[in-house]
Design a binder for this molecule. Sequence first.
Ligand SMILES: Cc1ncc(COP(=O)(O)O)c(C=O)c1O
Length: 402
Amino acid sequence: MAQSFANLLEQDQATIAPLYGKVDINFVKGEGSYLFDDKGDKYLDFVAGIAVNGLGHQNAGIKAAIVEQLNHFNHISNLYPNYPQIALGRKLLEITGFDKAFFCNSGTEANEGCIKFARKYFNRKGEAHRQKIVTFINSFHGRTFAALSATGQPSIREGFGSMPGDFVHVPWNDVDALKKEIDGNSCAIMLESLAAEGGVMTLSKEMVEAINSLQKEYGVLVILDEVQAGMGRLGTFLGFEKYGLNPDLVSLAKGIGGGLPLGAVLLRQKIADQLKPGDHGTTFGGNPIACAAGLSVVEQIAQPALLKNVEERSAELRAGLSKLAEKYTSILAVRGEGLILGLALDENLPVGNVITAAREEKLMVLSAKGNVLRMLPPLNVSANEAREAIAKLDAAFAKVSK
Ligand SMILES: Cc1ncc(COP(=O)(O)O)c(C=O)c1O
C-alpha cells in the first residue's frame, strides 16, 4: 500500500468522518520511542498512541508473537477455546490475583462489561434493585452508551439524548459527596486509579479509605477502570496497587494489546459465579492474534526492571517538569504519577499552543481536560530520551512565553 498521499490532511478530511482534530504529519515508521515522517523528520513520541505503545514501536517480542500466531490462525470465534486467549488469561490472573478474565476489543467495551457484570451479579442474587453506579466528575470511561453515561464530563455526553439511567457523578476526591450517594441499595463505585483524560488527577488517601470502607459496609462493588493507568503506567502492574484499593472488577485496554485492539475485564470469583453462557459476548473479543501480542506485552511489563524504569524515569521527568514550572510562570502545577504526567497551565496560555510548539521541536505530547499538558511516554523510555523531552519542552515554553 502506498505510504504517501499529496495533501494528506485534505485527503483525510474528504474521506474520514470529521470526529478528530488531526495534525498534518504523515508518519511512516515508528522505532522505539520515536516516530518518523515521510520527510525523514524524527519525533520523540510522548503520546505513545495515547498510552497504547507501552513498549514503544516495533517491539521485537510483540512482533514475533504476532507472526507466530499468524502461522496458526487469525480467528476462530469464542465458540472454541483457544490457546492464546487462555495463556494470556492465566498470566493476567497469576500476576493480579483475580479469578477470571473476559476479553473484548477496547476500553469502552471493557467498561460496558464491568457495568453489565456488576448489575447481573446483584440481579442473580435476587437484588435487582441494586443498579445505581456512582462515578466521578472528570472521569472518562468511553464512548459507548453505558460507558458514556458513566463518564462524568457533561461535554462528552452532550447532544446524544437520554443516557442509560442510574449513573450518578460526584466530584473527584469529594469523600462526603460519595458517602451521600452510597448505601445498601447501590450497585457499584466506578473510578480510574488516576483520572488521566479528566486532567491528570491523582486519588487522595481519604478517598481510597472511604471507598474501601463503603465497599465493606454496604457490599457495594468497586469497578476500577485501568484502561489508561493500568499495564505498568503508574509503576505497578495495575494502577490501584499503588493506592491499596481492592476492586471486584477491573477493566483493561490500551497498553495490553501492544497496538492491537484488545480489552479485558478481570473478575472476582463471586461475580463469575453469577454469570452464565449467553449473558454477554463479543465476536472479536479475545482474538488470538491480539491475545498473542497481549501475552508478550504482559510478560514484558510484569518484569521488575521495566516497572523500576517507570519509577526512575517518572522521578527524572517530574524533576525536569518542576524546574520548568520554576522557570515559566504559566505552569501552575506538575501533576500525575508514574508515566502519566501533566502540567496544569494558566488559562492565558492555551495548552494547544504548547502542543504545537513542542511539535515544532519534534516532541509529541497531548492535552487533558482543564488546560493540562499530558505526557504518556513509552514505559521503556530511556533516561536520555527523558532528558531530551524536557529540553524540547523547555524550548517550546520559551517560544510560547515570548
Ligand atoms: C480511563 C479510560 N477508560 C476508557 C477509555 C476508552 O477506551 P477506548 O477508547 O479503547 O474505548 C479511555 C480512553 O481514553 C480511558 O482513558
